[in-house]
Design a protein around this ligand. Structure first.
Ligand code: SF4
Length: 204
């Protein structure tokens, strides 16, 4: 496994931020199983988790306003470092012409942090994208292999709480390799929670 300090990397028009490799899941399809990076990036396994200061220093080298979105992503789950995430979002929001901020999350941040975090997240970012991955609990548990028994329920509660804030756009994503009936079941979950469904290609 190659390690580096790739804190930010470009994907299309967006800038992705990587500040943790921690994650409470072990998804069968996780890109981390196949490579050390993503979308042609340098290795995203971190030598150490960067401090807020290290992230600021990295961002100073970027022309923030040129991006369409800045995405809190991680080669891991960004809510595993909630305090740093909120600090960096606040820093970015204060920079001139800050683009939209998005978080790509597995939606398990309440369980990771031991409290409801939807308000803090929705105050910090403009778009919340939750990996739904499957339309039924059985399938969800089989593909994401979370360390929490109640992950499927907690992920949906977090999503619904984000929708309720009315402060950000809330998307749930599935990958187009799952069977059509799972996509349909996912659509119904999104309808129930008030989120938009995004069916994305495996390598997007
Ligand atoms: S939630 Fe994301 S980082 Fe974590 S194992 Fe699944 S795909 Fe990988």
């Amino acid at each position: 496994m190659k390690k580096a300090m790739t804190i930010s990397y470009e994907v299309g028009d967006n800038l992705y931020l990587n500040f943790t490799n921690k994650c409470p899941c072990a998804c069968t399809f996780c890109i981390r199983n196949n490579a050390d990076g993503a979308y042609g990036s340098d290795p995203l396994w971190l030598e150490h988790e960067p401090s807020a200061e290290e992230i600021y220093a990295d961002l100073e080298k970027r022309d923030i306003k040129k991006y369409k979105e800045i995405v809190f992503c991680g080669y891991g789950e960004p809510t595993c470092r909630l305090e740093v995430l909120l600090e960096i979002a606040d820093y970015l929001k204060k920079s001139p012409e800050c683009p939209k901020l998005r978080i790509n999350t597995n939606g398990l941040g309440d369980l990771v942090n031991g409290r409801s975090i939807a308000d803090e997240i929705c105050n910090a970012v403009d778009i919340v994208s939750v990996s739904l991955n499957a339309g039924t609990k059985e399938e969800y548990m089989a593909v994401t292999r979370p360390k929490y028994e109640n992950a499927f329920e907690a992920m949906q509660k977090f999503t619904a709480d984000c929708v309720k804030t009315g402060k950000c756009e809330v998307i749930m994503s599935v990958v187009d390799v799952i069977p059509p009936e799972q996509i349909e079941a996912s659509r119904m979950i999104c309808e129930k929670l008030g989120a938009k469904l995004r069916v994305r290609k495996y390598d997007e």
